[in-house]
Design a protein around this ligand. Sequence first.
Ligand code: GTP
Ligand code: ZN
Length: 396
Amino acid sequence: MGRRDIDESDFRSRPSKRGSRPRTKQRPEHSDAVTGLVTGVDRGRYTLLVKDVGGADGVGEAGGVGGDGGADVGGGEKIVTAMKARELTRTRVVVGDRVDVVGDVSGGEGSLARIVRIQERTSTLRRTADDTDPYERIVVANADQLVIVTALAQPEPRTGMIDRCVVAAYDAGMSVLLCLTKADLASPDELRALYEPLGVEVVVTRRAASDGEVADGGVAGGGVAGGEGALVLASDSVEEVRDRLRGLVSVLVGHSGVGKSTLINALAPAAQRATGVVNDVTGRGRHTSTSAVALPLPVAVSEGEPADTFDGWVIDTPGVRSFGLAHVEVAHLLHAFEDLDEVAQECPRGCTHLADAPDCALDDWIDASPDDERPARSARLTSFRRLLSSRTGSDA
Ligand SMILES: Nc1nc2c(ncn2[C@@H]2O[C@H](COP(=O)(O)OP(=O)(O)OP(=O)(O)O)[C@@H](O)[C@H]2O)c(=O)[nH]1
Ligand SMILES: [Zn+2]
């Protein structure tokens, strides 16, 4: 089992010598726990969304994150602030985690609940260790999809960076949506050609050509994005993004200036009201905090006002610029590409599958290709090999 398969939750779910002793003292105390979804983390305080029902029954589905991926923060949910119970001091709780909480879960002013358990994670996205932080950390738990926000110009797209994100997502067990912004400035064709062969879904946004294009009253950057004169995105392009996010837990990553805040504010103009998170909502304002924030995704935005029903989560990750890939194993990455994985079974032991690998079966796969499939296969293999090398190369 690779290192990436292990995280804090394993240490609780694994039976151990100590764990097999019945903890009779704690069980009854925690049996009244309710489930919450972590939507924000700030200096030891956790913002949770907890289903607001009379009893504890039915609370297990609060937030709907993970599993079915749905999200409902319409009526029956409340925001609860919590801290970790002492037994979790050394356990990391991140945005997207589903946790069991006890104590004052009223969500009332000044109330503080206690997180006593983290539920098993369906996925864990990690960012790289860097000079200031030697530990590789989990950024977000239970996300379905990584949305790589890349500008087609200003700043120029960097495929090395995109490749690294794709690898990180596939390794985390997430799917990928490549969101190409600023299509009013440059064509998306070239990047499409690089990523569609990998099966990566691509969606394109652009600035509204004129006031006329902003049919529904537009989806400007809300009050938060740019304040006065905030750039207005073409609403059809924003709705196309929304379609790809609906019902899913999506993590948005992107370099400064690519238009991530503009997009998030178009998707969820009033998110800060619904989540109770004010400052970290858009990642604007240059927070020193790099923690992620989960925003409920309105099913639609009309006249600049979001609908009050939600279906999905948008998780913003201010400060997350890169992902550590050193731990990614080739075999594991291959699993994300079923056809290539099957072919590679024929490779010599220890094959790197790179272009210079002797007798790599993936080369035979191209050679043996029917003529009409050859260009598609070649493009796919070339893109795959680019991903493979991004694990070790820099993202220049
Ligand atoms: N031409 C054009 N400009 C855009 C588009 N989307 C955003 N911008 C502009 O690009 C700049 C950066 O947008 P932001 O939304 O602040 O970018 P960001 O990725 O959040 O960057 P940080 O705030 O630094 O994290 C702003 O001046 C936007 O008005 C677009 O579709 N077309
Ligand atoms: Zn090979």
